[in-house]
Ligand binder design. Structure first.
Ligand SMILES: O=C(O)CCC(=O)C(=O)O
Ligand SMILES: [Fe+2]
Length: 300
């Protein structure tokens, strides 16, 4: 299985290719979706600067709770796979920052904040464009999904995977443990280091090789539920980084508003395809998964 590349500007082929990729792989590389390279570069630069600060300084911007979903989390504070050792990554998460204002002292700096607001805005416009195409493919109104994603569960997350010395980690310890994403879809911007892997239908891990100028897009659990399993929320993980260079990535999680009721759409259900999922609110699903990946480390 290769992760397919789709040119979003080709209106005659993109919708069907998008549907095909989400159904068969759950991941795709999207080009020409309107991401401004300078905005992305600036955000990555700010991310590198922030993570290079001392542990003490970074601790001043700590994450407080899953409901707020904002701030810095250090190495081994999260288990995306609750059955594995904690992830060797540090993160800075920013939820709903176009509408929710966090006090200045919660931000690492004014330039950092400006850079993140710009990327958030740019990524949101791209995500809405993709959602409109998906809606039409699924036989609902074009704005069916965008109306349910007003921002309260949309977040931008900077990730830093420092290199680990050979033999420095146990067998099962990863940069990010195997998991599926919680929401509708995720846009991922990765540097050229590599390490992200996607599980294929033969249960083999395949590299999602970084591709310049492309955004990696993947389907989350709630889109899988809406499509009654037609679109796949695929397991993925990040290998620990060896060598000398750190890996940096930025994820943009596009998740529905808390009160959104998610159940299989009529176009995805038939006599041959009875509903596989019960209805749930998006809020319940997201909070349960967030808590699960943070609480697990206290139980080990
Ligand atoms: O950093 C990456 O490449 C992937 C991170 C990821 O899958 C996640 O945070 O959900
Ligand atoms: Fe993920």
């Amino acid at each position: 299985m290769a992760v397919p590349t789709i040119d979003f500007s080709n209106l005659s082929t993109a919708p069907a290719e998008l549907e095909d990729a989400l159904s068969n792989v759950g991941f795709l590389q999207l080009v020409n979706v309107g991401i401004d390279e300078a905005v992305l570069r600036n955000a990555l630069q700010q991310s590198q600067q922030f993570f290079s600060r001392s542990a003490d300084e970074k601790a001043g911007y700590r994450y407080r709770n899953a409901a707020e979903n904002f701030g810095y989390q250090g190495l081994q504070e999260e288990n995306l796979d609750p059955t594995a050792p904690a992830d060797i990554k540090e993160t800075f998460t920013m939820r709903n920052i176009l509408q929710q204002s966090f006090a200045d002292e919660r931000w690492p700096g004014a330039e950092f904040k400006q850079a993140m607001l710009a990327l958030y805005k740019n990524a949101l416009a791209a995500a809405y464009a993709v959602q409109r195409v998906i809606a039409l493919q699924l036989g609902v109104n074009e704005d069916f999904f965008t109306r349910k994603h007003r921002g309260e569960n949309i977040s931008l997350r900077l990730l830093h995977y420092p290199p680990v010395p050979p033999g420095g980690v146990s067998d099962k310890q990863l940069g990010a443990g195997a998991h599926t994403d919680y929401g509708f879809l995720t846009l991922l911007f990765q540097d050229d280091v590599g390490g992200l892997q996607v599980l294929d239908k033969q249960q083999q891990w395949q590299n999602a090789t970084p591709m310049a100028q492309a955004v990696l897009v993947n389907c989350g659990d709630l889109l899988e539920r809406w499509t009654n399993g037609r679109f796949q929320s695929t397991l993925h993980r990040v290998q620990p980084v060896s060598g000398v260079r750190s890996r940096y990535s930025i994820a943009f999680f596009v998740d529905p508003d808390d009160d959104t009721w998610v159940e299989p759409l009529p176009s995805c259900v038939s006599e041959q395809n009875p509903p596989l999922f019960e209805g749930t609110t998006a809020g319940e699903h997201i909070l349960a998964k967030l808590n699960h990946s943070h609480i697990a480390r206290f139980e080990q």
